[in-house]
Design a protein around this ligand. Structure first.
Ligand code: CA
Length: 238
């Protein structure tokens, strides 16, 4: 028996893009509702339950920004933000509004589908109970024991470096802005500390032996922040 189709709300005012994406998603087995403005998006969101929302940032009637905030007031539904210009600020705005991922126009429907699938997988993973030990093969992060090993050797991390690593490694592939990391790792909400995160990342890389020019785990997302990746040959222990 086929699994129930995942339900997607597609919000985009450019009809050609909206129709193309909806057709592509439907062909891929998704159940899709598509609307062309922010007001209709919120009405539609209130009418059905959705597994994921694709949200254009620039929308008539109610901006994508306001739609995103309104959805986040009541829901953790995964949101992919579509940004027109590809401006770094737009991407940061999207992530800080609570979007989970962003895609810069023009994008291929194939890329969008890949992002949708990846995000749905990630959400499923996040909903599972937290693992006490994050096991990435040669890198092991023992959260309750506050211990990190690389190739079986203990790595001596400061409390902030440990928190930073755990924050990133819990959700591989998720991009964290510097501001998010400041809040999560340092616990304050102040822009001047973004550089502090850069130096923590630098120290963490040195201690793990992760080369920033050819990273294995810690990736810089230029102008935005950082993300953790599971190396292709590594796997998450179940
Ligand atoms: Ca638009």
């Amino acid at each position: 028996m086929a699994a129930e189709a995942k339900r997607i709300l597609m919000v985009e005012d450019e009809k050609a893009i909206r129709d193309a994406v909806a057709a592509y998603l439907e062909r891929d087995g998704f159940w899709v509702r598509s609307v062309g403005d922010g007001q209709s998006a919120l009405e539609e969101f209130g009418r059905h339950s959705f597994d994921l929302v694709i949200l254009d940032l620039m929308l008539p009637k109610l901006s994508g920004e306001r739609v995103c905030r309104a959805i986040r007031d009541s829901s953790d539904v995964p949101i992919i933000m579509l940004t027109a210009k590809g401006e770094v600020e737009d991407r940061i705005v999207g992530l800080e509004l609570g979007a989970d991922d962003y895609l810069v126009k023009p994008f291929s429907p194939r890329e969008l589908i890949a992002r949708v699938r990846a995000l749905l997988r990630r959400v499923r993973y996040e909903q599972e109970p937290p693992m006490e030990v994050l096991d990435f093969g040669d890198l092991k992060v023992d959260i309750s024991g506050h211990k990190v090993t690389v190739d079986g050797k203990l790595v001596d991390l400061t409390a902030s470096e440990f928190k930073l690593l755990v924050t990133l490694a819990r959700y591989p592939g998720r991009v964290y802005t510097r501001m998010e990391l400041v809040e999560k790792v340092l616990g304050y909400d102040f822009e001047g500390y973004e550089r502090t995160i850069d130096s923590h990342v630098k120290n963490l890389r040195a201690k793990l032996g992760d080369d920033p020019r050819n990273p294995k785990w810690l990736y810089t997302v230029h102008g935005v922040g950082y993300r953790f990746e599971v190396p292709q040959n590594g796997s998450l222990a179940s």
